[in-house]
Write a protein that binds this ligand. Sequence first.
Ligand code: ZN
Length: 489
Amino acid sequence: MGSALKRPEVSTTCIRGADMVIAWDESVGGHSYLPRADVVFRGNEIIFLGRGYAGHVDVEVDGSGYLVLPGMVDIHSHPSLEPSYRGIREEHGVRDMYMTGLYERCMAYGVTPSSQLASAEVSYCELLLSGVTTIVDLSMPYEGWLDLAERSGLRVVVGPGFASSRWNVSDPHHLDFTWDEEGGFTGLKHALDLIASLEGRAEGRLTGIVYPAQIDTCTEPLLREAFAAAQDRKLPITTHVSQSVMEFREMQRRTGLTPVQWAAKVGILAPGTILGHAIFIDQHSWIQWWTRDDLDLIADTGTSVAHCPTPFARYGHMLEHVGGYIRRGVNVGIGTDTVPHNFIEEMRWALVLGRISARDIDAVSSGEIFTAATKGGAKALLREDIGRLAVGAKADIVLADLGDRWMQPARDPLRSLIFHSADRAIRHVYVDGRQVVKDGEVMTLDHQRALSILARDQREMEEMVPRLDPRGRASLEITPLSLPYSREA
Ligand SMILES: [Zn+2]
C-alpha cells in the first residue's frame, strides 16, 4: 500500500511503549485492545505494531500514558457552511415542515466567500481536535477551497456539490423547487474537473467524491450520469436521501416510491454509494408508510449510510435505529453534519439515541459505533488503508491522554473517551505520517483568526436576512435568542 510519491526524507517514527493501542486484528476482522505496544511508521505508512521494535528509528515518541487509536473517518460534513450557523440553528426548526429548519434557513441565511473560507478553517480545526483524520467535505465550490484543504494537513475527500434545482419556500408549509436542468449538468462537469485537478496534489491526501446534492433536487438523468461518472473513475458518490418528511412526501408524490426505492430504481445504490442520512425510510414511525423494503434495498446493494445524529436530534428526529441497520447488514459510517464537529460526541449521540430509539441497551455497543466511525467510514469510501491501525495502513494516528481527568480510571479507554472525555483527551494527531495536532493545538491552521472573521461575517449574514427571507423577517424573528435581553441592556 506504499505511496508512489516518495518524500524527500522518509523518516521512521516509533511511538514507543503506548499504554494501550487500538489495533486491527485481522484474525477477527475487527479492532482490539493491545496493551504496552509500539506503533512504528515510515513516511506515511505503518510498518510495525507490537512489542519491542528493534529496527532503526529517526524519531522516538514516548507512548507511556497514551491511548493510541486510528484516526477517525467522517463521511459527511459541510465545513464551509455550518460554523456560520453557531447560535442560529441549534433551536431553529419549522413545525409545519415536520420540525426541519433546513429549507427556511437555506433561503434566509446566505454565506459569503470570506465566511466560507473562515468556516472551513474552523471546521477543519474542530475535526482534527476531535481525532478525525479523514473527512468527506461536501461544499458548493468556492475560491481557496483546495488550497485550504491541502494546507490543513487533513485527508480530505472533496465533494463539490451540484443539483438540477433549488429549494424554494414561499410559505411555511410548502416546499417548492426552482428547476435549472442544464445547470445541473454544468455543475456535474465542473465538479468532475475539480476532482480531476486533485490528481498528484498534497501527496494523495486530497481525493474526490461525486456529490449530487439531494435526491429531491436532482433529475433522474443527472443522477444516472453522476453515478456513471463515479463508476468510471472508481470514485465514491453521495447524496442526501430520506433526510426529512417533506422530502419523503415530495418523492412519493413525484414518483410513487419512497426516496430509497426511487434511488434503487434509478440504479444509484451500490458499494461506494453513501446515503446521507437515510432516516425517514419506509419503516420510520413518522412516515407511517406501508412498505418494508427500504432497509433491505440499502443493505443488499452494499450501500452505506452516513449517520449524523446531532442536527436531527435537535429537531426531535431519530434514526430508528442504528443497531437495527447494522444487524441488517448496512454499512454505517458516522458524519458531523453540523457544528460542533465533535466527532466523539457524535459517536456518543449515535450510541445513546440508538438505545433510546430501540428501547434496548443491547441495541448497539461502543465497539460497534467505534467500528462505524473508523472501518465503516473507510469501507464507504472504498478504502482499506485508513480507519485501522495495521501494518501497511496509512499512518493516520491519534494519541489520547489516559491521564486526563475525564479519562481516569481508564479501565476501558474507549468508553472513557466516548462517554466521558470526548475531545478533551486528544493530544496529538498524525495524518499521513505528519503531525498535525500537537499538545491539543492544530499546527497547520489559525483557529482563532478564522473565528474572528466568522463572527464579523455572521453579523453581516444576519443583516441580509430580511432581504432574503421570503416573508421579510429579521433574523431575530426567525431564530430568537435563548434568553431575552435585559431591559437594562
Ligand atoms: Zn448534509
